[in-house]
Design a protein around this ligand. Sequence first.
Ligand code: SF4
Length: 178
Amino acid sequence: MKSVLVHCCCAHCAAYTVDHWRRQGYEVSALWYNPNIHPYMEHQHRMEAMESLAQEVNLPLIVTEGYELIEYFRQVVGHEFQRCQYCFRLRLTKTAEVARQMGFNAFTTTLLISPQQKHDLILEVSSELAKEKGLDFLYADLRKRYSDSRRGTKGLNLYRQQYCGCVYSEWERYANIE
Ligand code: SF4
């Protein structure tokens, strides 16, 4: 059976995504690496929600050590208006590295279920990484399943975030900046 490492940005996007790849016949494991989530306690709440989901659905979850907040800002500062592409690259590079080290056949990300994320950028970065690391990148446009995924976690009483992750997105969300 082929294996895939799924980068997970939150439990609510992971629920349907994991199910989807399991239904495609993959042995699925998850990776938590999200230094783009600020502040630290918000990161911890989302990570704990992901750990609870993993337990609930019997999903092997790899949690990276530490919180690479400084690395996130080193990548993004000076590129604030294109920050998502640097953020994707940081998280997907780690995912591809871990997938390669641990012998997975493929990698993918729960970002593909979010209607807010830019698929062209995710694809560009991921295809480059897949080639570099000798892995497959699994692409599926799951955006229409976003609500199903959220419905899937409804009964689990997991922490739900109100903004994408970084301090810039928190500011945009609460200051109503488009
Ligand atoms: S808005 Fe979201 S995807 Fe973009 S940089 Fe911030 S956390 Fe990353």
